[in-house]
Design a protein around this ligand. Structure first.
Ligand code: NAP
Length: 305
């Protein structure tokens, strides 16, 4: 079987265009999204992501501000900063960057962001709405997985409304930001969902049941071709930088062993160029929806088709 390689860059570009179109409409109501990031400490990954979000905001002509806080800041001061952003009407979406310093509890951060400005959908109110099948915002990474899957289903017959029904979706990973919301989104689409995690043994007994597979374990190459069945549609969330022994250059790989899974799959997302590009753009879409909500403008914008 020759797998269709799902082109995340092309799909992300379409998503970006629909956000830009919606932005034009919102401008007529004088709505301009304002995005704020909160960067605590000097983490390389968090700083790199901050630059990324800043570029995204600039490319969409959003207002943008980054609150840079010292590594040793007290929790109460971080919460006060979030309170200030929550109260600022020019800021319509807030993102606390990860990783956090060890003394700053993630759960406290999630609850301290105004749920109406919570564009990463981590506030308990927003995770609860998602669990009940009536989400306000969707966390960008799992939303991106389903945006790609829906797109594939629409482009390859059947359509996304019937694609999941009667199919087994296996999600490897149960983090609050990726695995669990991916399970919820699968249930919402009528898939039969199997949730795997680090205590699932043996993993291949479950991954082999997958008609649709989402792998978000953060373990390079954890699923290979021997662990999947013929015709699987596989989505790779993992991102790992590896050094090519021959060229000495760094390249990105995922949680799937791409070549062996692609040899059996009906469709597969690559790394890079799969889940990542739509994830980035999705955040911009959430910021747009948050701005519409803040201005009490009905968001016409449906991120899912
Ligand atoms: P995480 O918080 O570390 O969660 C990893 C999950 O995988 C946990 O639930 C863990 O199980 C499970 N797991 C770990 N080892 C496993 C194993 N051997 N077998 C089965 N399950 C295992 O990571 P995350 O934030 O969900 O992110 C996952 C990956 O996606 C990372 O590589 C990250 O860099 C990447 N990522 C990519 C994007 C993107 O835009 N493409 C965005 C976000 C994240 P337990 O719960 O039992 O520990």
């Amino acid at each position: 079987m020759t797998a269709v390689v799902i082109d995340g860059n092309a799909i992300a570009e379409q998503l970006r265009k629909s956000i830009a179109d919606e932005l034009q409409v919102l401008r007529l109501s004088e709505v301009r999204p304002g995005l704020a990031t909160v960067l605590i400490g000097e983490s390389f990954d968090a700083q790199a992501y901050e630059r990324h979000v800043k570029r995204l905001a600039e490319s969409l002509d959003y207002r943008y501000v980054c609150e840079r806080l010292p590594e040793d800041i007290e929790l109460a001061d971080v919460i006060a900063t979030l309170g200030k952003l929550n109260a600022d009407p020019r800021i319509t979406g807030i993102l606390v960057l990860h990783p956090l310093p060890p003394h700053i509890p993630e759960a406290e951060m999630n609850s301290a962001v105004d749920p109406l400005k919570d564009i990463e959908a981590v506030h308990p109110l927003n995770t609860g709405l998602l669990a009940q099948g009536r989400p306000r915002f969707l966390p960008s990474t799992p939303a991106s997985c389903f945006y790609l899957l829906d797109h594939y289903a629409d482009a390859n017959g059947g359509g996304h409304e019937s694609f999941y029904s009667g199919r087994t979706l296996v999600v490897v990973g149960r983090s609050n930001s990726v695995g669990k919301p991916a399970q919820m989104l699968g249930l919402q689409r009528n898939a039969t969902v199997i949730a795997c995690h680090s205590r699932t043994k043996p993993l291949e007994d479950y991954t082999r049941q997958a008609d649709i597979l989402i792998v978000a374990a953060g373990v390079r190459g954890i699923v290979d071709g021997a662990m999947v069945k013929e015709g699987v549609v596989a989505v790779d969330v993992g991102i790992h930088a590896v050094k090519d022994e021959q060229t000495g250059k760094t390249r990105m790989v995922g949680d799937l062993d791409f070549d062996s899974v692609a040899a059996k799959a009906e469709a597969i997302t690559p790394v890079p160029g799969g889940v990542g590009p739509t994830t980035d753009v999705w955040l911009g879409g959430n910021a747009l929806m948050a701005a519409a909500i803040a201005h009490q403008v009905e968001p016409r914008f449906g991120l899912f088709r």
